[in-house]
Design a protein around this ligand. Structure first.
Ligand code: PGA
Length: 241
């Protein structure tokens, strides 16, 4: 039985006072039926380092191990700050920072090399979806991202049109795409690594159970609805069944 993984991606949407409020209200889900992970803004990782029941993720990392790369953050520094995971390939990075499949693959390799589990985001745009290209896009992104990895990472299927729009994918559609990702991972890595496949895009407490009941959905990546402890606790509880 796979333990569900629920990841909060706080992006740049929260500052120290709200994080302190979050921590004060947070209660770990009693039976630890779910792995709860938070990816706060980098500078605030320390505020979450001692919170029971929360594991940490970086929101991104450099494609280089070290050197003269002003403003970048190495995978090793995420490890040193207590992270177990690192998110790479979020569509906001792909679109706003021009990150290619190759750059994302290199970032995932940096994470793996220091012992962190990459959470690799992928997903089709609305134009690609309308053109019937969803599976081709996903297959390309998966194959490119795992090149050079030795163990299965976590993947987060996030259709771009569902992110921050309040319009989530149909759970059954997401489940079908995610099973395809899981099959691909199994054929490449067997049982090595993590291999969980998450859904992301307009997840909220009310739709959590429906997504989690789909075969192929092993967890969730949550943006807006993860910013308060109440809402994120509800999502983690509902994800645990
Ligand atoms: P959202 O964001 O939950 O606010 O749609 C998801 C994400 O960007 O990971």
């Amino acid at each position: 039985m796979i333990t569900p993984l629920v990841v909060a991606n706080w992006k740049m949407s929260i500052e120290a006072p709200e994080i302190r409020e979050f921590v004060a209200s947070w209660r770990a889900t009693a039976d630890a039926a779910v792995d709860c992970v938070i990816a706060p803004p980098l500078a605030y990782l320390g505020l979450l380092s001692q919170v029971p029941g929360i594991q940490l993720a970086g929101q991104d990392c450099s494609s280089e191990a070290s050197g003269a790369f002003t403003g970048e953050c190495s995978a090793a520094s995420l490890l040193a700050l207590g992270c177990q995971f690192g998110i790479v390939g979020h569509s906001e990075r792909r679109q706003r920072h021009g990150e290619t499949d190759d750059i994302i693959a290199t970032k995932a390799q940096q994470l793996e090399a220091v012992g962190l589990t990459p959470i690799i985001c992928l997903g089709e745009s609305s134009q690609e979806r309308e053109a019937g290209e969803t599976f081709a896009v996903i297959e390309r992104q998966v194959r490119a991202a795992v090149r050079g990895l030795h163990r299965a990472p976590v993947f987060a299927y996030e259709p771009i049109w569902a992110i921050g729009t309040g319009l989530p994918a149909e759970p059954s559609d997401a489940g079908t795409v995610q099973q395809a990702i899981a099959n691909e991972l199994k054929s490449i890595f067997g049982k090595k690594g993590d291999g969980r496949v998450l859904y992301g895009g307009s997840v909220k407490p009310e739709n959590t159970a429906e997504f989690m009941s789909e075969q192929g959905i092993d967890g969730l990546l949550v943006g807006g609805a993860s910013l308060t402890a109440e809402s994120f606790m509800d999502i983690c509880r509902n994800a645990g069944g």
